[in-house]
Design a protein around this ligand. Structure first.
Ligand code: GTP
Ligand code: MG
Length: 194
C-alpha cells in the first residue's frame, strides 16, 4: 500500500500557468483512448478518480490529483484524435507541450502505448520530442490483457524494439486486469518521494 491510494481530485485547468507550484508531480501522456485516465485510476486503486470513456477525447483539460501535500499525479488530454471544433482541437497539443516543458517539478512522464495497436507514428514522435527536451519519461504498454498470454513476451520485445528501448525498460500493464499495476504504484510513489 502506498499513499497513492489517498489520491483525490484537486483541480482542472486549461493552461499550465494556472497550476501553481508543487513539490513533485508525474504525468500520463499518450494517444487518446490508450487508457491514461484508466491507468491513473488503477495505479491509485480507485475506480472513479479520473473520468474515462470508450469514446476517444474524454480528457480535454489538465487534471490534478493530489496524493499527499504537494505531490501530484496529472491526467492530460490525449493526442492523435481530432474531435470538436477546430479551435479546441488545436489547443490540445499546445496545452500538452506547454505543460510538459514548463514544470520544473515534473519528475516523470509515463508515456502509454496500446499493446495491441503498438507504437504509432505520433507515439514515436512524442518519444523523440521528450528526449530532445531532456524530459524524463518511461514507456508503459497498456491493455496487455488483449494479448494472448503465449504471445506476450514476443509482443513486448516487438513494441520495445519499435521504440528503440529495451523490453526490461518498458512497463507492461493492464488497467482492467491486475497486471503490472502494483509495481507501477510503487514506482510512481518512489518518483513522488512518498
Ligand atoms: N481491455 C482494456 N481496456 C482498457 C484498458 N485501459 C483502458 N481501457 C479502456 O479504454 C477506453 C479508454 O480509456 P481512458 O482511460 O478513458 O483513455 P484515455 O487515454 O484517458 O483517453 P482520452 O482521455 O480520450 O485521451 C475505456 O473504454 C477503458 O475502459 C486496459 O488495460 N484493458
Ligand atoms: Mg483520459
Amino acid at each position: 500500500m502506498t499513499k497513492l491510494r489517498d489520491a483525490h481530485y484537486t483541480r482542472t485547468v486549461v493552461d499550465h500557468l494556472l497550476l501553481g507550484e508543487c513539490k513533485a508531480e508525474v504525468a500520463f501522456v499518450g494517444r487518446s483512448n490508450v487508457g491514461k485516465s484508466s491507468v491513473l485510476n488503477a495505479v491509485c486503486n480507485q475506480k472513479n478518480l479520473a473520468r474515462t470513456s470508450q469514446t476517444p477525447g474524454k480528457t480535454r483539460t489538465i487534471n490534478v490529483f493530489e496524493t499527499a501535500r504537494g505531490k501530484w499525479i496529472i491526467d492530460l488530454p490525449g493526442y492523435g484524435f481530432a474531435v470538436g471544433p477546430a479551435s479546441e482541437r488545436n489547443t490540445w497539443p499546445e496545452m500538452i507541450e506547454n505543460y510538459l516543458t514548463n514544470r520544473p517539478s515534473l519528475r516523470m512522464v509515463y508515456m502509454l502505448i496500446d499493446a495491441k495497436v503498438g507504437p504509432t507514428k505520433l507515439d514515436r514522435q512524442m518519444a523523440i520530442w521528450l528526449q530532445s527536451k531532456s524530459i524524463p519519461y518511461r514507456v508503459i504498454a497498456n491493455k496487455v490483457d488483449k494479448i494472448p498470454a503465449p504471445l506476450q513476451q514476443a509482443r513486448r520485445k516487438e513494441i520495445a524494439g519499435a521504440l528503440g528501448i529495451r523490453a526490461e525498460d518498458m512497463r507492461w500493464v493492464s488497467a482492467t486486469k491486475p497486471i503490472g499495476m502494483r509495481e507501477l504504484e510503487h514506482e510512481v510513489a518512489e518518483e513522488l518521494s512518498l
